[in-house]
Write a protein that binds this ligand. Sequence first.
Ligand code: URA
Ligand code: CA
Length: 433
Amino acid sequence: MRMVDLIQKKRDGKELTKEEIDFIINGYTNNTIPDYQMSALAMAIYFKGMTNIERAHLTMAMVNSGDKIDLSLIDGIKVDKHSTGGVGDTTTLVLAPLVASVGVPVAKMSGRGLGHTGGTIDKLEAVNGFHVEISNKDFIDLVNKNKIAVIGQSGNLTPADKKLYSLRDVTATVNSIPLIASSIMSKKIAAGADAIVLDVKTGAGAFMKDLDDAKELAQAMVEIGNNVGRKTMAIISDMSQPLGYAIGNALEVKEAIATLRGEGPLDLQELCLTLGSNMVLLAEKAKTLEEARNLLEEAIQSGKAIDKFKTFLAAQGGDPSVVEDLQKLPSASFQYKFEASQDGWITNIVADEVGKAAMLLGAGRATKDSTIDLAVGLVLHKKIGDLVKKGESLVTIHSNAEDIHTVVELLEKSFTISHEKVTPPPLIYDAIY
Ligand code: URA
Ligand code: CA
């Protein structure tokens, strides 16, 4: 087989076989196929697309390019959740203990990553003593015992995806549905998921800004999952404004604690119940979505959900008393009010600008080597559709620096207040099976 013939085949819009895709991914992973040929292929895929079968083969070829996490010693169906990323997305912190509390095994491998705030691990490290440096054996034992554990990323997962994603980044081929879908799905499958619930975000704060693109990506990922024997479904949810109120690491832990008690922001709670009931259903802990949702609501009301969070923290060295005493979480030296500049209705809160403001405060990493300030961030008091008075606080800025003028400038650009009333955007646009 020659790479040049395969590039030509795709350039001419033909379907590549499993053997051909395996040849490409193996060759690219072990450097026998050079970047320039892989770039040409990525561009051909960008223009000509891939069939559902090709996407499934590409995904599994990338899964097989490196280590695969073996979760077979964990009892039950392991359902993973993946979000395509947004601003102030506190869902994982809520969902993991929530679904674990009704018996769904949550074996979460998590990274740190770049972004407006840290990843799930950074957020949890706001709890004194909590750590994810546990052995694989302890990880498995903890999930069997408590139904929940989180471990740091280890091993060499999907090296083909790592290499190809970096190449796409510099060859203008990131924005291809088959390539994005196979990239995301390969990572979830290599991490050991039996079933997958996807939260595909749409709106200004999302990777897929446009609703139709988000639906197409969701459909593509669901097809891949189901074609390779992993039951997969997707929710399309709104990210035109931040989710919940808190954006920041310790601030989001607080918000998660409130939500696990049934006292959190309604949008965050609703999204968690929607994603969570689909996880419970795929894990076969309920027969219908309605039954699954009832189980989760009951877990919140009875205190089972928040108790599970405490058990989880304590099992990994964290101080569970933070749940009762939120003062034990890191807090910033200064709190400033960002106020409404006029009376009216809030018609827009540009999520990614608010995210940038949180990052400027130090809540997230701009580069791999930046350090995170767990205490800082933003707490919104208003959302789209709310009526406000001039001078009313829209956001509390939690900062460890006295000079916040660049943060304020970003917030000024983010909020639009108008004399005309608007209806808030829907939280959930669609569910794709
Ligand atoms: N996120 C990924 O993991 N892969 C892509 O290709 C795009 C976004
Ligand atoms: Ca939030």
